[in-house]
Design a protein. Structure first.
Length: 154
């Protein structure tokens, strides 16, 4: 007699499942490593965009904006003047990203603040970004017009 059953045995299904699981694990590990390598550069570019955002916000609103950095925690806070001529923190989503302590620390080179004026000028400074004690990059605000230059640590 001829055995004409069709289908897969349990062993064949388990082998295919094990192969798929192995390839999926390798793909996730590779993606995770790629993401962790790119994350510091993305953070530095986001910080440069944030500096540019504050410059344009000062021009748009006709007010002086200030970015301060707590050198102990590495947390930066952007603020604008209120009616009492005090500075109050910005509450937008972009500002909140840099107001919480995370895995990156931000330190200003000179003093603890950068000012953005309504005429588009910015106080010159250097912003150093580090992670786990190791320097990642320095973002230099090169002139009063706010020209930015990023130098990555090797």
């Amino acid at each position: 007699m001829k055995n004409s059953s069709r289908g897969f045995t349990l062993v064949e299904i388990l082998i295919v499942f094990a192969l798929v699981a192995t390839f999926a694990a390798l793909a996730v590990a590779g993606f995770s490593r790629f993401y962790n390598e790119r994350l510091p550069r993305l953070y530095v570019k986001d910080l440069a965009g944030y500096v540019r955002y504050l410059q344009f916000k000062a021009i748009e609103d006709g007010k002086i904006y200030r970015m301060t950095v707590d050198n102990d925690t590495g947390v930066s806070t952007a603020s604008k003047p209120n009616a009492k001529k005090d500075f109050e923190p910005l509450r937008d989503a972009l500002s909140r990203r840099f107001q919480k302590k995370g895995e990156f620390a931000v330190v200003l080179g000179e003093g603890h603040e950068v000012y953005f004026f309504p005429d588009g000028t910015v106080t010159r400074n250097a912003v150093t970004v580090s992670r786990n004690g190791g320097e990642i990059a320095t973002l230099q605000i090169k002139n009063r017009l706010g020209a930015l230059e990023i130098h990555y640590a090797s």
